[in-house]
Design a protein around this ligand. Structure first.
Ligand SMILES: [Fe+2]
Ligand SMILES: [Fe+2]
Length: 276
């Protein structure tokens, strides 16, 4: 039996409702799934846009080990110092030189060294970042780790799928974030990389990607400015579980989950026999 390294990765945490379900959910996920690492994308954790010291502290206190980011991670000015100095936070590494923070973290976990990488796509996104494919080919040559986890923060499914094939056999997992809508395509690619186009979101299900639907709808209907607000109803926690063989770095198992706030424990009990 291979010695495995288990990662739980949680989709974009959206505002207070997202942080609230983490408080309930992460301790349960830890108790039931016994992960070696729990990571969440935190780019929307502060009021739906950006990250602050207070929201990061709150999320780490729930039991998260690391936070990843994306295009919205810069949206709170007070978060810039945190991104620069907190070594538990990674932001897309293909931003230009001089931008605060780091794109990867090499963890010296007692089981195995583990590299966490955050990278951002360019299709239908701000054209400020470097080519994510050439960026990733440099990153995987730079580090000596078998267990490599990649959060690919991108809009276009095609760009994400292409990245999955590009990194297949070179990293343990390529999981997508940013759209806040989970895809049903989680699987292990032919050369051993776990893949999902988008993990989804941790926040209100009754929303437009985490925001109250009325102002969003009004903007679509009129084209006029309407202030967006984080939605609070019916919080969900979307995540993906990956088991990695620490000797080869290849994925052994992957599965996506959607947990509902009131039934997390019940759902975990129900699927306990299906998880290796
Ligand atoms: Fe997001
Ligand atoms: Fe994003």
């Amino acid at each position: 039996m291979p010695n495995k390294f288990r990662i739980v990765f949680i989709g974009d945490v959206c505002g207070k409702p997202g942080r609230k379900i983490l408080k309930n959910g992460v301790p349960l996920l830890r108790a039931f799934l016994q992960p070696d690492l729990v990571i969440a994308n935190g780019e929307n954790s502060a009021g739906g846009l950006g990250i602050t010291r207070a929201t990061a502290d709150e999320m780490f206190a729930c039991g998260l080990d690391l936070l990843t980011g994306g295009n919205h991670i810069w949206d709170k000015r007070e978060g810039l110092d945190l991104i620069e100095h907190d070594m538990r936070i990674v932001r897309p590494g293909n931003y230009p030189d001089g931008v605060p923070g780091r794109g990867s973290i090499l963890l010296s976990h007692h089981k195995a060294p583990c590299l966490i990488v955050n990278v951002m796509g360019r299709v239908f996104m701000e054209p400020v970042v470097d080519n994510p494919f050439t960026y990733m080919s440099k990153v995987i040559k730079e580090y000596d780790a078998k267990v490599i986890f990649v959060d690919f923060h991108a809009e276009a499914s095609a760009e994400k799928q292409a990245m999955g094939f590009f990194l297949d056999g070179h990293v343990s997992a390529v999981l997508g974030t940013h759209t806040h809508v989970p895809t049903a395509d989680f699987r292990i690619l032919k050369k051993g990389t776990a893949y999902q186009t988008d993990v989804g979101m941790t926040g209100s299900l009754d929303s437009v990607i985490g925001m109250r639907s009325e102002p969003v709808l009004n903007r679509f209907l009129t084209g006029m400015y309407h202030k967006f607000e984080v939605a609070g109803d019916n919080p969900i926690l979307d995540c993906n579980l990956i088991d990695v063989d620490i000797n080869t770095g290849k994925a052994l198992y992957t599965r996506a989950f959607r947990f509902y706030n009131e039934t997390i424990e019940e759902q975990l009990n129900q699927c306990a026999s299906e998880i290796p």
